[in-house]
Ligand binder design. Structure first.
Ligand SMILES: Nc1ncnc2c1ncn2[C@@H]1O[C@H](COP(=O)(O)OP(=O)(O)OP(=O)(O)O)[C@@H](O)[C@H]1O
Ligand SMILES: [Mg+2]
Length: 235
């Protein structure tokens, strides 16, 4: 009996360590350019994991609290997503959480960005298919890979083109420029008013099985496959 009690804390600690090192997946949505879709992709990704019934937490680092406000609108009939409030430099994530999605602000402070990157295994960079945004993304990727020495071998880093109007000639030209950005372009999320419609209810496109949501989800499949395959490789 005594043996059981003395060994218990060690068992708990080991279980916690196992969860943190092996089970928990931390994904950050990052791009200092404003309005590229960090919050939209964060909240929808959280919605995806919630609908798999996998414990998911959303961390909102942005002082404007877009993700927090989205989550506050979420109704009880939708699958739960845990909100993690940032009170200090270190995030306290409950051990049962399997996926942590971190939404970051535009013009993020370098030190904060580096500490988040250190703590994450996956970085998703949303990019709008516009010349200004692609140029800004190119500069940011240069900083990330060269100045800050973030190796794409150690972290899973990808680009997601967002708000694309696939049929426009402008998009066709711009998708070629995105492809030169030295990181894999995993998917293209089309522009759809459904994101706004869902967001007004604290919902993601994964929460509904409407025709439009089903079309939206098609865009997410390559990203989901990429995340799943990384998760398997990392563990
Ligand atoms: N695929 C999409 N289709 C339609 N609207 C979109 C899409 N993605 C994002 N939006 C809209 O574009 C606007 C900016 O998106 P979002 O807030 O997600 O960007 P952000 O990178 O988080 O911005 P910020 O840098 O200010 O935090 C929002 O109004 C959002 O609803
Ligand atoms: Mg945002």
């Amino acid at each position: 009996m005594l043996y059981y009690f003395t060994k218990m804390p060690i068992l708990i600690l080991l279980t916690q360590l196992f969860y943190r090192l092996v089970i928990m997946q931390k994904i950050v949505l990052l791009n200092p350019k404003g309005g590229c879709g960090k919050s939209t992709l964060s909240t929808n990704l959280a919605g995806y994991y919630a609908n798999l019934d996998e414990p998911v937490a959303l961390v909102d680092i942005d002082p404007l609290h877009s993700s927090l406000n989205w989550l506050r609108k979420r109704t009880f009939d939708l699958k739960p997503i845990k909100l993690i409030k940032v009170k200090s430099e270190h995030l306290r994530i409950p051990d049962e959480i399997k996926h942590v999605i971190i939404d970051t602000p535009a013009s993020i402070d370098h030190e904060l960005m580096m500490s988040i990157i250190d703590d994450c295994d996956t970085i998703i960079i949303p990019v709008l298919p516009s010349p200004i945004d692609i140029q800004a993304a190119s500069f940011f990727i240069y900083e990330l890979l060269l100045k800050f020495q973030i190796s794409s071998r150690k972290k899973n880093i990808c680009l997601v083109a967002n708000r694309a109007k696939l049929r426009s000639t402008a998009y066709k030209e711009l998708s070629k420029s995105i492809a030169t950005l030295k990181l894999p372009l995993i998917t293209t999320v089309r522009e759809s008013s459904n994101y706004l419609k869902c967001a007004s209810k604290g919902a993601s496109v994964f929460d509904y099985s409407t025709k439009t949501s089903t079309q939206n989800i098609e865009d997410w499949k390559p990203l989901i496959n990429w995340l799943n395959s990384n998760e398997k490789e990392d563990h």
